[in-house]
Design a protein around this ligand. Structure first.
Ligand code: ADP
Ligand code: MG
Ligand code: MG
Length: 247
């Protein structure tokens, strides 16, 4: 589904990714772990096409297409979803309105007709219920006054509605209490644990991985993947720290 080969990227002219290679197949969940400042978020933003994150070498192929040849909205329409460490607030736009417009924009790029208001609300209700999110909450402006946990749950509702092929989730567990962590973990499993989908979890801690079991765990350090293992690698990192494991 996603093949990254020798990716090099700079942020503000500073080289951050220095030859990163990774392959993710349909049906797989991968976790990328690494110390603060290793470039984990940079990887997510670079794949998503955020301005300021410049690819200086290497390739990424997403479902057979050259990912870096696509505009950010085309990447989304092709089935790439990016969950952010710090979800943005959009005062003046309700979450339902935002979700409906995002979905219909993606449908349009794929040549599909927009969903009617009624069809959309039915879909939104189903997805909100999965994340135990009150629909009233989604009538409020995007993320304004939401707690950390509510923002992450709302983001998972968004993911459920957009129904991506590949979700890259950056520190989705940050700021979640135990109950919210379980709800978000169940949401990720329910939406994405399918043979035709894949997930890349970017996380500093192993606790989300108790809920969303990865098939592969990678350690990112110095701008590259320095180690790959199974779920046990996350436990080893938690116990011994990145320096011991990644050295
Ligand atoms: P991680 O997510 O692994 O903690 P990041 O990808 O956020 O790491 O950051 C990697 C490096 O890039 C850090 O040294 C960080 O300071 C730097 N960096 C990230 N964003 C910017 C930016 N907008 N301008 C300058 N440096 C940045
Ligand atoms: Mg960080
Ligand atoms: Mg980060």
């Amino acid at each position: 589904m996603l093949t990254i080969d020798n990716l090099q990227a700079t942020v503000a002219d500073k080289p951050i990714l220095k030859g990163l290679s990774l392959q993710i197949n349909a049906g797989e969940v991968h976790a990328i772990m690494g110390p603060n400042g290793a470039g984990k978020s940079t990887l997510g933003y670079t794949l998503g096409g955020r301005p300021g994150y410049e690819v200086t070498g290497g390739t990424a192929t997403f479902n057979g297409e050259d990912l870096f040849g696509l505009e950010p909205h085309e990447r989304a329409a092709a089935g790439l979803f990016l969950g952010f460490q710090y979800p943005v607030e959009i005062p003046g736009v309700s979450f339902v309105q935002f979700l409906r417009e995002s979905l219909n924009a993606q449908r349009k790029s794929r040549g599909d007709a927009p969903l009617s208001g009624g069809e959309f609300l039915k879909l939104a209700r189903t997805q909100a219920a999965l994340l135990k999110m009150d629909m009233e909450m989604l009538k409020r402006p995007v993320n304004v006054g939401f707690s950390g946990g509510e923002k992450k749950r709302a983001e998972m509702v968004q993911m459920g509605i957009l129904d991506p092929k590949l979700a890259i989730l950056d520190e989705t567990d940050s700021g979640l209490d135990i109950d919210a962590l379980r709800i978000v973990g169940d949401g990720i499993n329910g939406i994405m644990r399918r043979p035709d989908k894949a997930v890349l979890l970017i996380t500093h801690y192993q606790r989300l991985l108790d809920y969303v079991k990865p098939d592969f765990v990678h350690v990112l350090a110095g701008g590259r993947i320095v180690r790959t293992g199974g779920p046990e690698l996350a436990l080893e990192l938690e116990e011994h720290g990145y320096e011991a494991v990644a050295a």
